[in-house]
Design a protein around this ligand. Structure first.
Ligand code: 5GP
Length: 217
């Protein structure tokens, strides 16, 4: 019988990527992000700052950094935000520091941001590190059903979110990958597959030339 000897190979260093998940609220993005983070140690979440008040169950520092309008404006003026946008009358933004630290350390960063923020990230110097994924609901009726079942929003808020969903969806053409969240398990599997393939992209594998040179002796 042949014995297979496993030789440990040092993985060449990799450039971190910025992985954006956008969707209208209710399409399942938050659940996907949480599940992805649980068992993938190479990716960290970008926790946004927002002037929106916390919803029941939301934790400061985990879901968002909840800040005052004045603090948000200060951060923006000081250039501490990588991107920002006004959504539903509140301001949302991505603090730069954590993102830059993670990317430099070769880790990936997950963003739950809207199309406006995604466009701005594309224009930053890290634009080539961006992988943009858009999650569509299976139908507008299903989206509305999911928004209602959350039980967190009033009727006028739901009506507003539905109107905004149409705008958000109209930007699907600005994304690299489009998923339809019919089944959350399938959708998560697809997200992991995209992440895996993008990590293997040649331009992200920084030490590859040296690795192959050494291998060939
Ligand atoms: P929610 O209030 O439901 O948590 O978020 C509302 C919308 O704001 C979602 O589409 C979410 O993706 C977006 N959002 C959250 N954080 C940010 C951010 O830092 N920047 C931008 N541009 N959008 C954000």
């Amino acid at each position: 019988m042949t014995a297979f000897v496993s030789t440990a190979v040092a993985t060449p260093p990799r450039r971190g990527l910025m992985f954006v998940l956008s969707s209208p609220s209710g399409a399942g993005k938050t659940t996907m992000s949480r599940r992805l983070l649980v068992d993938d140690e190479q990716i960290v979440m970008s926790v946004s700052v927002t002037t929106r008040p916390p919803r029941p169950g939301e934790i400061d520092g985990r879901d968002y950094h909840f800040v005052t309008e004045a603090e948000f404006d200060r951060m923006q003026a000081a250039g501490e935000l990588l991107e920002w946008a006004k959504v539903f009358g509140y301001k949302y933004g991505t603090p730069s520091a954590r993102v830059q630290d993670a990317l430099h350390a070769g880790r990936d960063v997950l963003f739950d941001i809207d199309w406006q923020g995604t466009q701005q990230l594309q224009q930053t110097e890290s634009g080539s590190d961006l992988v943009r994924v858009f999650i569509l609901p299976p139908s507008m009726a299903e989206l509305e059903r999911r928004l209602r079942s959350r039980g967190t929003d009033s009727e006028p808020v739901i009506a507003h979110r539905m109107r905004r969903a149409a705008t958000e969806i109209s930007h699907w053409g600005e994304y690299d990958y489009i998923l339809i969240n019919d089944d959350p398990d399938v959708c998560l599997h697809e997200i992991r597959a995209i992440l895996k393939a993008e990590r293997l992209a040649r331009r992200r594998q920084l030490g590859l030339a040296a690795f192959v040179r050494d291998m060939l002796g």
